[in-house]
Design a protein around this ligand. Sequence first.
Ligand SMILES: Cc1ncc(C[n+]2csc(CCOP(=O)(O)OP(=O)(O)O)c2C)c(N)n1
Ligand SMILES: [Mg+2]
Length: 326
Amino acid sequence: MTTATTDSVTVEQLLGMQRRMHEIRFFEDITKDWFSRSLVRGSTHLGQGQEAVSVGVASALRAGDTTTCTYRGHATVLAQGAPLDRAFAEILGKEQGLCRGKGGSMHLTDLSVGALGSFAIVGAHLPVSTGAAWAAQLLGTGAVSATFFGDGAANIGTFHEAMNLAGVWKLPVLFVLENNLYGEYSPIATTTANTRLSDRAAGYGMPGVRVDGNDVVAVLDAAAHAAERARAGEGPTLMEAMTYRQSGHSRSDPATYRPAGELDAWLARDPLLVCAGRLRELGAADAEIDAVREEAEKTVHEAAERALSWSEPAADSRFDDVWENR
Ligand SMILES: Cc1ncc(C[n+]2csc(CCOP(=O)(O)OP(=O)(O)O)c2C)c(N)n1
Ligand SMILES: [Mg+2]
């Protein structure tokens, strides 16, 4: 696993990343609470514990770059810069939601920040990001596409097809594999012969790196290197970020299948704690670190209140934006 030093970041940058991770954590906690109070229809897939992957990669991207992600995608879309209140509104099915309330938790999308979509079909989005990268290559924009997916998705056909095409055409794609050790309720070793998924990059002619996905600095370093290669025309990278979802697969899963002690070991390496440690290494004071958390809490709670106060879509708008009107 590649390790990182804090040489590549300033205290200010890292405090910004810590703030964003706190915002995402508060967002997920509030969403969980809303589901338990039946304020939301459908299901939700929370990603507490995986925030450093999205925030680290987003910090390596720039305006014009694009992302796609999964149904466990709140963090990725928020890290790209989607507004908290409109993301909350989408989950609540409100008119002001990112997709005017028609997508919900599993489909957060915000084209204005390059977030091309969250996909509920496992693996469906890897070819979408590969296509966006092909467009960037043809148009010479210099943009990079990052696609986020799970360890389970690495066993889906589209993973191999997208990786192969990106490898052979040297497309500017960053394949971000969030290895959280489980696909739904199945531990990775019960579904996957070689659990070192970064090895698969070799089959498609691209570098494969395995990073500590709970260390936002390690993720940033690896993503910045991959993005630089992609922009220079050197092609895609597979980045396997080792991480852990602290709750179950979806809201209905109590995750009782996990071995005793596993969750506690990962909670001790919570990305917020790891980042706070990094900040102290850089000389940040505890008061600064605490202030970032408090500001994030206030911002997210205010956004949640706004979203709750917004209205339901009008019944006669139910077919608007379902098909493209030409
Ligand atoms: C094509 C397809 N097959 C099965 C499912 C059901 N399903 C939803 S999530 C999931 C597990 C995916 O695991 P992983 O890729 O590791 O992502 P994680 O949920 O751990 O983030 C499965 C099998 C689906 N949505 N799409
Ligand atoms: Mg998984």
